[in-house]
Write a protein that binds this ligand. Structure first.
Ligand SMILES: [Zn+2]
Length: 497
């Protein structure tokens, strides 16, 4: 395998073509900056021909002065190249038709016409000092002889490289290998794969094995239909199996989270690298194994992609996992009690619920009969939204104090969070996770809010359910703080204050 493989990210162009996705200029600039920081070699910032709004956004990206080569997608017309020059990109991807379907039915030209215009456009772009990649659109369904002819025409005219495009996600690894092997005889080849058959990573790796040295990918694999090949999956597969370093893998989870937030496309929990469960272990046997040897049930450590391992309690929980979870909260129990706690944890898990830290601690107190005074308690919450600015106020008992505070925000939940922060202004806490699920489908649905709260280096997971999302959110946060703040000084006010 060529260890000089590099990544081209097209989240901002092909990724943004996913249904329902539209990124703001600020979001595009933020994503581009993080891609650059991670070491992605080429960033396709958009299509300059889309319109003035897109060009303003692309300007924002080119103004960042990134190390990466910043490019624009262009159709096979000179005007598109002019528009790309206007936004000051370093290079262009000139897309020309290559399959009969695209040559004749879509563009309405002939093969000779494609070869001629490819050469002309490449010359025009290189004359203007642009880095040029020619993409043969629908290349995986094109006649291979003709695909080679397009590449040769482009390279002879001065192009830097040619991309093998599996535009509709149709190809097999064997065909990708054959096509790229033949194309590679004429110069550097990129590969552009889609996931319609679930083969995007496989086809990218087959292309690399055949000589491709630049992989087009999108963060989280977002893109049209089933999406593009996921950047994080290619990067981790190359690193783990072939010792090929393309990017700083420790940035991968940050990138995934940023793109998921910006696009609103939530990742499935079992998604490789970035899914919620990618480094979570629930089964008793697995948890026990993980506690003995962290590599027992993982191909690579979560830290390699900027994450942490999670041991989850549920219906498969065992003694070792429960004991370890209790130890995180400095709780030890007798053997008999442990057996009873494990049984109760499994009971909740069997009802299909995730067992949170607060569930576990409440069960433990119940079983051991250790009574506990709450440190923090929600006494009252009011929230209002509508025509005015959303506002909320809370009344909390914190230790022996009673505190009232109010806040405003982008919505009632945000306003209530600000009120809680104001009431506890001496306490630094962070939301590592905030997740809402509707349990039923109607407007009267009960929602469950799952949060993971952090104070210093301690975390607590909590869930709360209510028909009112603001109420459930505040209850979950107050319950988490109740567990995390020190019992002797929950207000967080220094003793000498
Ligand atoms: Zn594509």
């Amino acid at each position: 395998m060529d260890d000089d493989v590099q990544l081209l990210d097209t989240t901002l162009r092909d990724g943004e073509q996913a249904p329902g996705v539209s990124l703001s200029p600020e979001q595009k600039a933020e994503i581009a900056s993080l891609l650059d920081e991670a070491g992605v070699s080429v960033i396709e910032a958009g299509s300059a021909c889309t319109g003035p709004g897109e060009r303003r956004t692309m300007d924002r990206v080119t103004d960042l002065d990134l190390d990466a080569t910043v490019t624009s997608f262009t159709r096979g017309v000179q005007h598109d190249i002019d528009l790309a020059l206007d936004v000051d990109v370093d290079g262009v991807h000139i897309v020309v038709p290559s399959s009969d379907r695209h040559v004749e039915d879509k563009v309405g030209t002939t093969k000779e016409g494609v070869l001629e215009s490819t050469a002309e456009l490449v010359e025009y772009a290189t004359d203007h000092d642009l880095w040029v990649e020619v993409i043969g659109e629908d290349g995986s369904r094109a006649d291979l002889d003709f695909l080679e002819e397009i590449m040769v025409a482009g390279m002879d005219a001065g192009a830097d490289r040619f991309a093998f495009a599996d535009t509709v996600g149709h190809t097999s690894p064997e065909h990708a290998y054959e096509a790229v092997s033949r194309l590679s005889q004429h110069g550097p080849v990129s590969t552009h794969t889609h996931d319609d058959l679930g083969l995007a990573v496989t086809n990218a790796l087959a292309s690399i094995a055949a000589g491709a040295d630049l992989v087009h990918a999108t963060v989280n694999g977002i893109g049209e239909r089933a999406g593009n090949v996921a950047l994080e999956e290619v990067a981790i597969a190359l690193w783990h199996n072939y010792d090929v370093e393309t990017v700083d893998t420790e940035q991968l989870y940050r990138l995934s989270s940023l793109v998921a937030d910006a696009t609103g496309i939530v990742l499935p929990p079992n998604k490789a690298v970035s899914g919620d469960n990618a480094f979570a272990h629930e089964s008793g046997i697995h948890t026990d194994g993980m506690l003995k040897d962290e590599r027992m049930y993982e191909p690579y450590a979560p830290e390699a992609v900027g994450r942490e391992r999670r041991l989850v309690l549920g219906k498969h929980a065992g003694r070792a996992g429960v004991e370890a979870a209790l130890a995180e909260h400095d709780v030890t129990v007798e053997d008999d009690d442990l057996a009873e706690i494990v049984a109760k944890v499994k009971e909740i898990g069997e009802r299909g619920r995730r067992v949170t830290d607060t569930d576990l601690l409440a069960i433990t107190e119940d079983v051991t009969g250790r009574d506990r005074e709450r440190n923090v308690e929600l006494l009252d919450l009011t929230a209002a939204s509508g025509n005015g600015t959303p506002a909320a106020s809370v009344r909390l008992r914190v230790g022996d104090d009673e505190r009232t505070a109010s806040g405003t925000g982008s919505g009632p939940v945000d306003a209530a969070m600000k009120a809680v922060r104001e009431a506890l202004r001496n306490v630094e806490f962070r939301l590592d996770e905030y997740h809402v699920d509707a349990i039923t489908g109607g407007t009267d649905a009960v929602v469950t809010v799952d949060v993971t709260l952090r104070v210093g280096d301690r975390t607590a997971s909590v869930a709360a359910s209510d028909a009112d999302i603001t109420q459930a959110s505040v209850e979950a946060i107050v319950d988490g703080l109740d567990r995390l703040l020190p019992a002797d000084d929950p207000t967080g006010v220094p003793a000498d204050d």
